[in-house]
Design a protein around this ligand. Structure first.
Ligand SMILES: C[S@@+](CC[C@H](N)C(=O)[O-])C[C@H]1O[C@@H](n2cnc3c(N)ncnc32)[C@H](O)[C@@H]1O
Length: 322
């Protein structure tokens, strides 16, 4: 599927290689700790990222958990310094698993942010249906996103991310507003369990799919953000023209989400190859040829008629005899 972004012309703004307040897009190839030192304090409205997970992906050596966390500590210090007083950090992580034991990374990272006085506003569950099938524990089907703010005054545009209500026709049943609609005409709060409803009248749980092989956004990166996931954060937590930063940018999904909504975008990424993919995707975004899953599009649900959704005959026989 190719989705066109009609607001975009064919020439993207210049992609700068160092932070400048006047720039629209900054992409720095290198270590994010070094890069962040050159970003002025308070410049960034939203930091949205999925840090390396220490899971032995192709771009990292699995290190011991303590060493892994210690290496990220100075980066978090810099992130808090560059964060705007009314800004937010969205820190998206899963589990670290060693010898069958699960270490939930959000719990381990929480003190990093608390130490700086940041306040947790939500621990969002991002549910997806596909992944590895575990045999000695339950299969993991969610990751989390910790949303911290730097202070008590912070940008939060709830109306930009409302979703259709389940029962928009509900009315007040007593008092002065008896008989009038009780909900919000713009929809309801999307909650901290991320799902998107297809239509006002249907109650179906639709989740934002994990970016896997047959997803329109898939690049060569092993664990890429769906653009849609970041779009929610961008729309709710920034205004037009604000800076959005991903210090572990990968193939630039957070930058694309920011640019799609007329924010400024900065990414730091140590791998040259991923930076090249990001550049290509930015070009495609402005040319209107970027493949991405539009925000709120329902996840494909099998009808039951597809061969893959039918119970194999041999299983049916086994089920009958057991
Ligand atoms: C979990 S991936 C992020 C993927 C990204 N959210 C996307 O949508 O493509 C983490 C990325 O951080 C990069 N990385 C790891 N350590 C880094 C560092 N110290 N500085 C810059 N990038 C780093 C890795 O190369 C990897 O691409």
């Amino acid at each position: 599927m190719v989705t066109h972004a009609p607001l975009f012309g064919s020439n993207p703004p210049r992609i700068e290689e160092a932070f400048s307040r006047r720039a629209k897009i900054v992409l720095v190839q290198g270590d994010s700790h070094e890069t962040l030192k050159r970003v002025p304090g308070g410049a960034i409205k939203l930091i949205v990222t999925s840090p390396p997970y220490n899971l032995g992906k192709e771009y990292e050596m699995a290190t011991e958990l303590d060493a892994y966390l210690a290496a990220l500590n100075p980066i978090v210090d810099e992130l808090v310094r560059v964060l705007h007083q009314e800004g937010s950090i969205c820190w998206q992580v899963g589990n670290y698993v060693k010898d069958g034991e699960v270490y939930p990374l959000d719990i381990l990272f929480y003190p990093f942010f608390k130490r700086h006085g940041l306040k947790l506003r939500n621990r969002v569950i991002w549910h997806f249906e596909h992944g590895l099938h575990a045999s000695k524990r339950l299969s993991g089907r969610y990751e989390t996103l910790l949303w911290f703010t730097k202070g008590d005054q912070y940008t939060f545009n709830l109306d930009s991310v409302r979703v259709p209500s389940k029962y928009p026709g509900k009315t007040h049943f007593k008092g002065e507003r008896y008989g009038q609609p009780s909900g919000n005409p713009l929809g309801k709060n999307p909650s901290d369990y991320w799902q998107v409803l297809e239509r006002d009248w249907e109650h179906v749980v639709w989740d934002i799919p994990n970016v896997k092989a047959n997803h329109p956004e898939k690049t060569g990166h092993p664990c890429q953000f769906p653009i849609e996931l970041v779009e929610r954060c961008v729309l709710a937590l920034t205004n037009r023209g604000d800076w959005v930063l991903d210090p572990f940018a990968g193939v630039g999904s957070a930058l694309l989400a920011a640019l799609r909504h007329d924010r400024r975008a900065m990414g730091c990424e140590k791998e040259r190859e991923y930076c090249e993919v990001t550049r290509g995707r930015i070009k495609q975004l402005y040319a209107g040829t970027l493949r991405y899953r539009p925000m709120g599009k329902p996840v494909h649900r099998p009808t039951g008629r597809e061969k893959v959704s039918q119970v194999p005959l041999t299983w049916l026989q086994k089920q009958e005899t057991s």
